[in-house]
Design a protein around this ligand. Structure first.
Ligand SMILES: Nc1nc2c(c(=O)[nH]1)N[C@@H](CNc1ccc(C(=O)N[C@@H](CCC(=O)N[C@@H](CCC(=O)N[C@@H](CCC(=O)O)C(=O)O)C(=O)O)C(=O)O)cc1)CN2
Ligand code: MET
Ligand SMILES: [Zn+2]
Length: 766
């Protein structure tokens, strides 16, 4: 291999790719709708890549990451690159196969979508089987490298590492028992070896292999596989320099393994993790260590003085030191300069992707030259950060309420008493039907909100339009015959941002878009101060909806854990305390809803699993504060108020006890894609409250028929008593269209009627 590698110096581990104005979202959605062709989509993609490389090189980074672009997702890119395309997707053009894997097509289900570690980004889960053969089927990393060289920029291609790829993959349905994707390591390494040779041919000096799977607990066998893989790739005679990156935590036991392998560089996350292990691992003394000191997950400006001193402290322990972000900047918005409405005191304290690149460049200069001008800028930046933090106003009322909390604030009367009171008050049938909250966000609804923002319509007109939408949604649900109704959430731009816009202590952005999955984006709010509710947030909409019907309408709130998980949070106090502040605001909202006659309140916690720490030793304290905050939000409700929660988008095996700890009366939970596995998990711990395993996968446009729904419901009824069992979709319906959801809901109600009839029959016979 090349023995005169250029120093990495200053770099970032990755960059946003949706485009500062969500150009890629618009281009993808236009292509899917048939409004533009492949050429136009590719032209947009090329422009976005060129713009990113140019911006990063011009900003002064020594090493610019490449291959950070993706039409949909980097795990999907990796599966396609190595030919791991399940048979059901064969038969389309390359691009359409790719999108079919992401989104499904007629009668063909897509790959599973799941959370990327503890972030709100979702990746597609590769499906591997014993007979999967890996070949170097594509050349995206090579061709994008060439594209950048044409602009005069030598990039460092970023690849998902082979171990992380396999550890995040799942074995395809029907794969032999005992098979795990890791069994395919050797053939996969052959394909990586071929890719590395091609990259070397193209002139690539460094590649980055991301192995974040190793910041979680890993078995001895997995650690050994890591060592074996990098020994093998390292031993290749023709390859670029290898940088292995870990992020979202500490490499732990994987650090010495990598240090003893022939890789030339290791990138470590010094924001979520610590620098303590680096001097201890003596084998790092002849490696390049890339110090991730600029937070890639949050939007605060870096305390550059502290970061520079962390870097300086490592100088004697490593062969060569480079400076970087803690992880890819994919998780933060593009550019603070696009925000014109943020309060200036807050703005001063923020850095988005572009500003973080500038921070890294400055730190790099401090490390290499350390001129007095650079030192002065670093000192000034640190002072701004510290002064800004100190100047954040405190809300003494909220802090007083927190100080006065007692265990009984987080406790309701025992479930049996609640269930009895709710049975009397609600008189619901067995297998009660409901939905998760949102109905399709139509173009009209979004346009009304855009018109309000632009001043084209006034507040009263906007309210009228939303009320008309609520009337339509209530009438539709009555017509379909659902038992517990929702107002449909048309007034919400997003289930977290909507609350943040009304709570003191949060700021929201105009352009701060971050990719969540595929073309779907969010604008995470910035939680900067003490949180307080100044007035009811949902009351008018919910009471309006309830006034239209005799059936119960669910009050609909987003829980404290999810509000934190999907916001940028303050880093100057424990998350547990921030969560309790949010919980108090929600507790007041629950009380107002109850006082207005609302009989059922749902508090969504889809992100409960997401924040679970990667290492087992940290989990108990997380579960304690997370369930504690939820129970603080809900613990003031009367026994006869039925409290629902909703969970989705993850594997729940690891948080079953936490779900129990929420103590909700009814839990609606994603289950359709995992064949109701969660019911067995719940049963195993003796979970005895209401549960609604989602019978309809809303992530797919497919409409389930009555027979399959009845079968899922019967299977569920065998595991859960019918008076505790609910029938509902997997998640909210906002991303779907009416032509899909209307028949799906009608079929659900029809299936429930069938199963109820069978239950009656059984009750008579036995
Ligand atoms: N925060 C969050 N995280 C989550 C979820 C979630 O619901 N929220 N759900 C899970 C899955 N993730 C998701 C993330 C985003 C979306 C989603 O639908 N996002 C929308 C944007 C939602 C939004 O902010 N809408 C705004 C702005 C809409 C918009 O783009 N308006 C147009 C103009 C309006 C028009 O003419 O269409 C514009 O600004 O250009 C609104 O309704 O007001 C999108 O990407 O399209 C769905 C699921 C997990 N994580
Ligand atoms: C991502 S969970 C979504 C819950 C919310 N109530 C909705 O129905 O959209
Ligand atoms: Zn959901």
């Amino acid at each position: 291999m090349n023995h005169s590698l250029p120093p990495i110096g200053s770099t970032v581990l990755g960059y946003p790719r949706i485009g500062p104005e969500r150009e890629l979202k618009r281009a993808n959605e236009s292509y899917w709708a048939g409004r533009i062709g492949q050429d136009e989509l590719e032209a947009t993609a090329r422009k976005l890549r060129a713009r990113t490389w140019t911006e990063l090189a011009t900003a002064g980074l020594d090493s610019v990451p490449g291959n950070t672009f993706s039409y949909y997702d980097q795990m999907l890119d990796t599966a396609v690159l190595f030919g791991a395309v399940p048979r059901r997707f064969h038969g389309l053009s390359e691009l359409d196969t790719y999108f079919a894997m992401a989104r499904g097509r007629d009668g063909v289900r897509p790959l599973e979508l799941t959370k990327w570690f503890d972030t709100n980004y979702h990746y597609l889960v590769p499906e591997l089987a014993p007979d999967t053969t890996f070949i170097l089927a594509g050349d995206k990393p090579v061709s994008e490298y060439r594209e950048a060289t044409e602009l005069g920029i030598a990039t460092r291609p970023v690849l998902v590492g082979p171990l992380t790829f396999l550890l995040l993959a799942k074995s395809a349905a029907g794969a032999a028992a005992g098979f795990t994707p890791l069994d395919l390591l050797d053939p996969l390494l052959d394909a990586y070896a071929e890719l590395l040779a091609r990259l070397a041919d193209a002139g690539v000096a460094w590649v980055q292999l991301d192995e974040p799977a190793f910041v979680a607990d890993r078995s001895g066998a997995e650690l050994a596989a890591l060592g074996r893989a990098y020994d093998r790739l390292g031993a290749l005679s023709h390859r670029p320099g290898l940088l292995v990156a870990g992020y979202f935590g500490d490499f732990g036991e994987a650090l010495p393994v990598l240090a003893q392998s022939p890789v030339e560089a290791v990138a470590v996350d010094l924001v979520a993790g610590s620098a303590a292990a680096i001097p201890v691992v003596t084998a790092l003394r002849d490696k390049t260590v890339v110090a991730g000191v600029v937070d890639g997950r949050n939007v605060w400006r870096t305390d550059l003085k502290a970061a520079a001193s962390t870097c300086a402290s490592l100088l004697g322990s490593v062969g060569s030191l480079a400076v970087s972000t803690s992880c890819s900047l994919l998780h933060v918005p593009y550019d603070l300069d696009a925000e014109t409405k943020l309060p200036s005191a807050l703005r001063e304290r923020l850095a988005f992707a572009r500003q973080k690149v500038a921070e890294v460049v400055l730190l790099g200069q401090a490390l290499s030259a350390g001129s007095s001008a650079v030192t002065a800028r670093i000192t000034a930046a640190s002072e701004t950060v510290r002064a800004g933090r100190a100047a954040e106003p405190r809300n003494d009322h909220v802090r007083g309420r927190i100080a006065a909390l007692r265990p009984q604030h987080r406790r309701r009367v025992p479930y049996a008493a609640r269930a009895a009171a709710q049975r009397d008050r609600l008189a619901l049938p067995p297998l009660a039907t409901t939905t998760i909250g949102s109905f399709p966000q139509t173009t009209d609804v979004r346009r009304a909100r855009a018109d309000l923002r632009a001043g084209r319509i006034d507040e009263a007109t906007y309210t009228d339009r939303m009320r008309a939408e609520i009337r339509r949604i209530i009438a539709l649900q009555e017509d379909i015959g659902l038992d517990v109704l929702v107002h449909g959430e048309p007034e919400r731009n997003d289930m977290v941002q909507y609350f943040a816009e009304q709570l003191e202590g949060f700021a929201t952005t105009e352009h701060g878009w971050v990719q969540s999955y595929g073309s779907r984006c969010v604008r995470p709010p910035i939680l900067h101060g003490d949180v307080a509710r100044t007035e009811p947030m949902t009351l008018d909409w919910i009471t309006y909806a309830q006034s239209l019907t005799g059936k119960p309408v669910k009050g609909m709130l987003t829980g404290p854990v999810t509000i934190l998980a999907w916001s940028f949070v303050r880093d100057d106090q424990p998350l547990a305390l921030t969560a309790d502040q949010v919980a108090l605001a929600l507790r007041d909202e629950v009380r107002d809803l109850e006082a207005a006659g609302i009989r059922i309140v749902q508090v969504d916690e889809p992100a409960l699993r997401e924040l679970l720490p990667p290492r087992a030793e940290d989990r108990k304290s997380y579960v304690d504060w997370a369930t504690g905050a939820f129970r603080l939000a809900t613990g003031g409700a009367a026994a006869s108020t039925q409290l629902h929660t909703h969970l989705c988008y993850s594997e729940f095996g690891d948080v079953i006890e936490a779900i129990d700890g929420l103590d909700a009366d009814v839990t609606t939970i994603e289950a359709a894609r995992s064949h109701m596995e969660v019911l067995a998990d719940l049963r195993a711990i003796g979970f005895a409250r209401g549960v609604g395993p989602g019978v309809y996968d809303i992530h797919s446009p497919r409409v389930p028929d009555v027979a399959e729904l009845a079968e899922l419901l019967s299977a569920s009824a065998a595991a859960v008593a019918p008076d505790r069992l609910w029938a509902n979709p997997d998640c909210g319906l906002k991303t779907r269209g009416y032509p899909e959801i209307e028949p799906a809901l009608r079929n659900t109600v029809a299936a429930v009627r069938e199963v109820r009839a069978r239950l009656d029959y059984c009750a008579v016979r036995y």
